[in-house]
Each structure stands twice: as structure tokens, then as C-alpha cells.
Design a protein around this ligand. Structure first.
Ligand code: DHB
Ligand code: FE
Length: 280
């Protein structure tokens, strides 16, 4: 059976793409953030995952406000990136693992998650930049991917409790997949940030740190909050923490944090990175 080797959660601010393109990783502004990654690269070299399930939110590249699925799963042999207007380089296509995609889709629909299945899907910065941070070498991403997209852009947004259950169901599906594959689950977004409106620039460090700690010692902690309360605590885009929650929930039982970095701000965002490994 397939095995989840760990979960990596990270912010996905578009400016990261500009920093990578401009080789700015060692600049004082960027260093505290990029320093989180070499230990994760070493871990990836060791555990050698075959496929990444990437839980992220599309920001208007693949889905727009006219058609907005709550949950969607990619089932394409290849996923293309495209210009979103952020002025960052477009990354090469990503190879899909269609066998895992259809396995996930079947299992999730059986568990009453009504998904949109995407046999064509553009992937935006929330998908491409975390993969580039994790596999920074030139050329295409070296492992196969399955995109899982959660709507955090247009209300109504699924509750933290629902996203947690989605994560649990993804984890159970991976563990039931008849394959030798080693799977890493990546969650992207957050932490606290608000890009628009009266509270533009809003950041909530105490809440972010409590949320990060909760992923290790009390993973359902955030499910006590409604979406509206989470927006109040973290900003209207801070709700992207739902992706971290779903990614964490794929691992049944305890985890240890092998990497845990929090740095602010990157652009308008409190940037966090964690590597969570299941405790055997
Ligand atoms: C920023 C953060 C995001 O999560 C995003 O999707 C776009 C922009 C920012 O802080 O600039
Ligand atoms: Fe975002």
C-alpha cells in the first residue's frame, strides 16, 4: 500500500517567484524565509517521495467567480502554469499521477465529498511556487503531482471542520492505494494576511503561532472556529490556513515538526513553513 511520508506546509506569496528568479535568496529580506528550505531538501533527498498531493487554492487562474467549485481534484497527465499578472516567470509543466488522481476521486466521492474533477487544469502560484521552493533545481519538477483545490476565494467557503474531514479522507485514500508509492502531502497558503479593504496589511502573530503549534499537539484546534471567525483572526486571505489544516489531517495520529519557521512580513503576509513527519 502507498505510504504518506510526511506533510510540508508553506506560504505561497507571489513575490517568492520574483526572489527565486532574481536569485535573492540570501538577501536580508529573503534569507529568514529561504533558510527554512535546505533542511527540508535534505529530508526530501532521504525519504524520496514519488508523488506530491498538493492542497492549495486557485486565485482566479483556473477557476473564476463565475464557476467556483468548493473542492476540486486534478486528473490530468500534465498541468500547465500561466501568467497571472504578478510579473513572475511561468514554470514548466508538471507531470500528473492520473492513477492516484482517479483513486482519490473515487474514494472521496464514495465518502460523500462531491468534487469537480479536472482533466484540464491550469495551476497558479499557490501550486507552482511551493513546488519550486521544495525542488529548486532547473527544469521541471522531478516528482509527479495531484492538485487538490479548496475554494478560499469566494464565499461560501468550506468550514475548517469540513476541510479537516477532507484531509482525513485524502489520507485514508492514499493509505488504501494499492501502490508502493511514497506520497508527500503539501499544503500551501497563509498564514495571516489581508490584501484588500480596511484591514489591508492585517497580520496576527499570536494566532499564527498558536495555529502552527496546534498542528503538532492538537490538530483539530482550528476546527472550533467558523470561517468568519478565522477571517477575523487571520485576515480575509489568512483563511488559506485551511490548506494547512487539510494537509495535516491526512496524517492519522501524532506528528513531529522537523522544520518550523515563522517570519514576517513577506509582502503582506506572515510566512510560515513546517515539515511534519508521522511518528511511527
Ligand atoms: C500575497 C499573498 C498571497 O497568499 C497571495 O495569493 C497573493 C499575494 C501577498 O502577500 O502579496
Ligand atoms: Fe494566496
Amino acid at each position: 500500500m502507498a505510504k504518506i511520508v510526511g506533510s510540508i506546509v508553506t506560504s505561497h506569496v507571489p513575490a517568492i517567484g520574483r526572489a527565486i528568479a532574481g536569485n535573492l535568496q540570501k538577501e536580508p529580506y529573503w534569507k529568514p524565509f529561504f533558510d527554512a528550505f535546505p533542511p527540508i531538501h535534505r529530508w526530501l533527498d532521504e525519504v524520496k517521495p514519488d508523488v506530491a498531493v498538493v492542497v492549495y487554492n486557485d486565485h482566479g487562474l483556473n477557476f473564476f467567480l463565475d464557476k467556483m467549485p468548493t473542492f476540486s481534484v486534478g486528473a490530468a497527465p500534465e498541468y500547465h502554469n500561466a501568467d497571472e499578472g504578478w510579473g513572475i516567470p511561468t514554470l514548466p509543466p508538471f507531470s500528473g499521477d492520473t492513477e492516484l488522481s482517479w483513486h482519490l476521486i473515487k474514494q472521496l466521492v464514495n465518502k460523500e465529498f462531491d468534487l469537480t474533477t479536472c482533466q484540464e487544469m491550469l495551476v497558479d502560484h499557490a501550486f507552482t511556487l511551493p513546488l519550486k521552493l521544495l525542488w529548486p533545481d532547473d527544469g521541471p519538477c522531478p516528482i509527479k503531482v495531484v492538485p487538490v483545490c479548496i475554494n478560499t476565494v469566494q464565499f461560501p467557503i468550506p468550514s475548517a471542520s469540513r476541510c479537516y474531514k477532507l484531509g482525513e479522507a485524502i489520507g485514508e485514500a492514499i493509505n488504501a492505494w494499492d501502490s508502493d508509492a511514497r506520497v508527500v502531502v503539501i499544503g500551501t497558503g497563509g498564514l495571516s494576511h489581508q490584501l484588500d479593504g480596511e484591514r489591508a496589511g492585517f497580520i496576527n502573530k499570536p494566532f499564527d503561532l498558536q495555529f502552527m503549534q496546534s498542528l503538532v499537539d492538537n490538530p483539530r484546534w482550528a476546527t472550533q472556529y467558523s470561517v468568519e471567525q478565522l477571517v477575523e483572526h487571520t485576515g480575509s486571505q489568512g483563511i488559506e490556513l485551511l490548506m494547512w489544516l487539510a494537509a495535516r489531517a491526512t496524517i492519522k495520529g501524532d506528528v513531529r515538526a522537523l522544520q518550523n519557521t515563522y517570519h514576517l512580513p513577506i509582502s503582506n503576509t506572515a510566512a510560515g513553513v513546517m515539515l511534519l513527519e508521522p511518528v511511527a
